[in-house]
Design a binder for this molecule. Structure first.
Ligand SMILES: Nc1nc2c(c(=O)[nH]1)N[C@H]1C(S)=C(S)[C@@H](COP(=O)(O)O)O[C@H]1N2
Ligand SMILES: [Mo]
Length: 318
């Protein structure tokens, strides 16, 4: 499944994909510029669409046609902006992805706060094409840009007691209207948004600390300035707009588990054989297509990740 990069482009995608390729050649020229040192006062957010140079991964790619950037940036789940698919695109301008820091703490030898500019430059950026499958039954194919979370974790040196990693998204109702308390809205989620992985999942080479997509910095609605992407799990595990990464010894309660424990478990691996209590997970609709596809075990990444769950009952550990 992860072979050469030979995208199989649907006619409807051609314009988008060609624009993207043209932009890529521009990016290569921009790579030199990106190395220009930044000054400490440079805290303005990069404008939407700012190129983010990256080397295309040969290993982590797919033959599936890419979902259009239009769909990737207008059909989103980002409950901090609101519950509807178009709320994030409509309200994304309210999020200020600079200045931004990510606090790293808990059971690590080197706890510290990283400025986003430093975090961006710690390791070389890679472009990887991954499927993202939402628990709601739709999926996309996205060329993400980032580096393995494992690279960062190894540098931080978790202690032997660290067994889980907690990700916390920004809490700020000025930037996130969905976090405002309203008499009229049923309280949506318990803020801030918290997600978690087992340490071995966080260290898996597929788990990507993500700063961009389609050759550019992350659009705000997709989780600027930094998010996680865990492609074999339902989309909600991939927390956006991360401000804290904490290493802990016990399995934590995630936002979705708190909201509906019988529907959203800690693991949330994509699994066509274990239905959501209210709907089947056997098929999915690729955004931009009409037919439904069969959902693949671990979202198509079984070869790489099944060993993480050897001996576990995935019906109980959903
Ligand atoms: N902070 C935060 N992260 C989040 C969410 C959210 O509401 N808040 N939604 C999740 C869900 S349900 C999905 S499917 C993916 C969607 O990512 P995308 O909009 O970039 O496709 O983001 C996930 N990360
Ligand atoms: Mo989702």
């Amino acid at each position: 499944m992860l072979i050469r990069h030979a995208p199989n482009i649907a006619p409807s995608e051609i314009t988008d994909y060609q624009l993207y390729l043209n932009r890529r050649s521009f990016l290569i020229g921009m790579a030199a510029l990106a190395l220009t040192p930044i000054t400490s006062t440079a805290v303005a957010a990069p404008p939407a669409g700012t190129p983010l140079p990256a080397r295309r991964s040969e290993q982590f790619t797919l033959e599936d046609p890419l979902t259009s950037i239009e769909n990737i940036t207008t059909y989103n789940n980002f409950w901090e902006f609101g519950p509807n698919k178009d709320d994030p695109a409509r309200l994304a301008h309210l999020l200020k992805p600079r200045p931004w820091t990510v606090q790293i703490d808990g059971l690590v030898a080197r706890p510290r706060r990283y400025d986003i500019e430093e975090l961006l430059r710690l390791f070389p950026m890679e472009e990887r094409v991954y499927r993202l499958r939402c628990v709601e039954g739709w999926s996309m194919v996205i060329p993400w840009i980032g580096y393995p979370l494992a690279s960062l974790i190894k540098r931080l040196e978790p202690t032997s007691k660290a067994r889980f990693v907690e990700f916390t998204s920004l809490l700020d109702s000025a930037q996130f209207p969905g976090q405002r308390k309203s008499l009229f809205s049923v309280s949506s989620l318990d803020w801030p948004y918290v997600e978690g992985l087992r340490l071995d999942e966080a260290l898996h080479p597929l788990t990507l600390l993500t700063f961009g997509l389609y050759g550019q910095v992350l659009p705000n609605q997709d989780g600027a300035p930094v998010r996680i992407v865990v492609p074999w799990k339902y989309g909600f595990k991939s927390a956006k707009a991360i401000v804290r990464i904490r290493f802990v010894s016990e399995q934590l309660k995630t936002t979705w588990e708190k909201a509906a424990p019988s529907e959203y478990g800690f693991y949330s691996n994509v699994n066509p054989t274990v239905d959501h209590p209210r709907w089947s997970q056997a098929t999915e609709r690729r955004i931009g297509e009409f037919r439904r596809r069969k959902t693949l075990m671990f979202n198509g990444y079984a070869e790489q990740v099944a060993a993480l769950y050897a001996g576990m009952d995935l019906r109980r550990n959903f």
